[in-house]
Design a protein around this ligand. Structure first.
Ligand SMILES: *Cc1c(COP(=O)(O)O)cnc(C)c1O
Length: 350
């Protein structure tokens, strides 16, 4: 439990002063059958997509709200997590003035978005065990630090951050702590969603791009306090989630049995791959994974990466990242893809 903080003191003054975009449609529910809608210059001939989508995605948020036990006012949806993260930057970080803290090696978009928004980046590298250096983070933050990004489970290191470390950071830092849970469905750690009401500075992002097999629809989800969500809503483009995405996300989220089976298959395959890769001599280390990928250390990542490309197997070379010397990041594929991967790795020239 953290004592209340004044979120309005964290947000940019020009954003606070904005009123969210409202369309005439917000005041007149689409499903009230008797309206004749002549307000938005749409084509009147029905093809299922001739109307603008619901700017607040009520039906989709109803499903997410029920699945996660979070109120709809605590949810904001974006065109992928990338848009959600960008909205957080633009709502809370004053360009050329504020700063953010990231913990490399981590997801590259935090740095990209900070640069796009002219926000200074403070890097506090993870410890050798890939855990956050809590003391160094708390010593580094200053009055201009608005956001701390915790990617847990982390990309590319594949591990989750210790709950005590995250708890301490949430308690001690009075800016927003953004926990990126893109890989939470592959982890045996509990989501921080259950702690949303304990921490007024907690922001959680999730995505349908990984476990839910919907990278193509672009749906990112942000969970936070009502206060934070209402600020993000002020700058959200009105129709950022298109109709097809809303429909597809609703139908997929309702059919979660298939998703759960796929996740289990990916976890089983992750285990099988781990065992198979252990017997390959030039693979020096397979890091424990809480995700749908494996980070492995090899003898020479540049050479192994190139050899794999020549065999038609594309992985990610992470050797230039801090703490990731000679490391490759390999997504867990389907059983057939993984068989090809293992055979190819086994047959590479020494
Ligand atoms: C893949 C990934 C995402 C997903 O981003 P989308 O824009 O939702 O596809 C977010 N965060 C991390 C750490 C990721 O690896």
């Amino acid at each position: 439990m953290k004592t209340a903080i004044d979120i309005t003191k964290l947000a940019r003054p020009n954003v606070l002063a904005l009123k969210p975009y409202s369309s005439a449609r917000d005041d007149f529910k689409k499903n009230d059958a008797n309206y004749v809608f002549l307000d938005a210059n749409e084509n009147p001939f029905n093809n299922g997509l001739n109307r603008y989508p619901d700017p607040q995605q009520h039906a989709l948020k109803d499903v997410l709200s029920r699945l996660n036990g979070v109120s709809k006012e605590q949810i904001l949806l974006g065109n992928g997590s990338d848009e959600v993260l960008d909205l957080i930057f633009r709502s809370f970080c004053e360009p050329n003035k504020d700063n953010i803290v990231i913990l490399p090696p981590t997801y590259g978009m935090y740095e990209v978005l900070a640069n796009v928004n002219a926000v200074k980046i403070i890097k506090v590298p993870l410890l050798e065990n890939f855990q956050p250096n809590v003391e160094a983070i708390l010593n580094t933050i200053d009055n201009a630090t608005k956001l701390l990004f915790l990617c847990s489970p982390n990309n590319p290191t594949a591990n989750s951050f210790q709950a005590e470390a995250i708890d301490k950071l949430l308690q001690s830092f009075n800016g927003l702590v953004v926990i990126d849970e893109a890989y939470i469905d592959f982890s045996d750690q509990e989501s921080w969603l259950n702690r949303l009401d304990d921490f007024p500075n907690l922001v959680i992002t999730q995505t349908l791009s990984k476990a839910y097999a919907l990278a193509g629809v672009r749906l990112g989800i942000c969970y936070a306090s009502k206060e934070i969500i209402s600020i993000l809503n002020k700058i959200k483009p009105p129709y950022n989630i298109n109709e097809l995405t809303q429909q597809k996300a609703i139908s997929e989220l309702k059919g979660t049995i298939a998703t759960q089976e796929q996740i289990q298959t990916i976890l089983d395959e992750r285990e099988r791959l781990t065992v198979a890769l252990k017997s390959i001599a030039y693979i020096e280390k397979i890091y424990p994974s809480d995700t749908n990928f494996l980070l492995i250390k090899v003898d020479d990542a540049n050479r192994r990466y190139q050899q794999l490309v020549e065999e038609g197997v594309i992985v990610r070379n992470r050797t230039k990242e801090p703490l990731c010397d000679n490391c490759l990041r390999i997504t867990v594929g389907n059983p057939n893809e993984n068989k090809i991967l293992v055979q190819t790795l086994q047959n590479l020239k020494p």
